[in-house]
Design a binder for this molecule. Sequence first.
Ligand code: SAM
Ligand code: SF4
Ligand code: F3S
Length: 455
Amino acid sequence: MNFDIEKLDNEQATNKNKLFCISTFGCQMNEEDSEKLSGMLKRIGYERTENKEEASIIIFNTCCVRENAENKVYGNLGRLKKQKEKNPDLIIAICGCMMQQKGKADEMLKRFPYVDIIFGTHNSYKFPEYLNRVKTEGVQVKEIVDKETEIVEGLPIDRKSDTKAFVTIMYGCNNFCTYCIVPYVRGRERSRKPKDIENEIKELVAKGYKEVTLLGQNVNSYGKGLEESITFADLLRRINEIKGLERIRFMTSHPKDLTLDVVYAIRDCDKVCEQIHLPVQSGSNRILKEMNRHYTKEQYLELAKKIRSEIPDVTFTTDLIVGFPGETEEDVNETIELIKEVRFDAAFTYLYSRRNYTPADKMENQIPDDVKHERFNKLVKISNDVIAQGNKEAEGKIYEVLVEGTSKNDESRLTGRTRNARLVNFEGSKELIGQLVNVKIVKANSFSLIGEVIK
Ligand code: SAM
Ligand code: SF4
Ligand code: F3S
């Protein structure tokens, strides 16, 4: 289905000088959805602000993957009560994954009756329509679509960066890992047509973008259900042909589906970067089975070894869950051994969080919070040591860096990433932003590198 973008253009004049603010929680999927909400709002004349106090529209794009993600939204909405009392014209909207949970939208309306619009992940393209109804009819709008809809193409996107862009290649997830709520709130897998993906990337390149990250909960199962027969490896090879594009990244790869044809495509395609986000979750076979992950520690290690032998400069990043029901000290030790063996470049470690409707929520032997925290601290310390060691090995080497902007901590410095996704800060002229430069690493910090541009 194609979005009717011109329909938005009639409203531009009415919204001149009005501002909106979007707070985004969760993963890159939500980031990309927020870029589309922002794109639609700009198209109808609004401008973006980061300051809620001056905004006419405030949107919370929510996440429910862990309990703390939800708590952040409650806190934020509570604080808006006074602002809405002072300014009744303020429009407050909540959307995203949290709203897709059964009964959640009604619960939110009860708790925060001053919210004006609630919608879910499958109908966010209708936001301008909802906004119009609130403004013209003065009603409260709540619309949650339970089942995934047809993919909507052609939405305007207001991207955060001018250099690199997220491009969603598929929506939803079919895996049902026993701890995870994502399949319940994002629906089943649906792939975008390759032509639509290629056209979007060509448009980005024409605007000067150098890097794309292809997004999906499990990019390796791309293509299923499409009329055209195509795999993820084929898609990588096709995107690699796009002239002017410099770098291709992708996330997330499920270890059970990362086949050798994908490994060979990464090896053969000059634009595909040597970096793989390969969430392992646990190093214990017993826990992996309980998690419904469909691979063993040995298979994961074998895969990582094979990838390293084909792609020598490759770096691996991962996600880890600590405190899954029934986890023992022995299981944690197995995860520690795996971290040391794979030598991850980054590890996102999460405390297991009970999620409604998921099988793991009903499992016995839930782990007490203090034990979870203790194990978490242990895992984080070991991962950090491994990461620092990997960074140390980069010292003295020269890397190609895509300059993304100025460093967050020091505006006088530039920042960017190597092809294998290491973060590098260095001195240089702002004119280099958006360009590829060669940088020699002079010092490794725990989570970043300091470099010097090679003339
Ligand atoms: N589809 C991706 C995958 O399979 O790796 C990413 C899914 S999720 C958005 C990102 C990470 O959140 C997962 O890899 C997992 O480590 C973590 N996660 C998911 N559910 C969780 C839960 N109930 N408690 C703690 N962490 C969770
Ligand atoms: Fe969640 Fe598993 Fe799907 Fe990732 S693959 S989104 S962890 S169910
Ligand atoms: Fe992402 Fe959170 Fe939804 S992790 S898919 S925004 S539940």
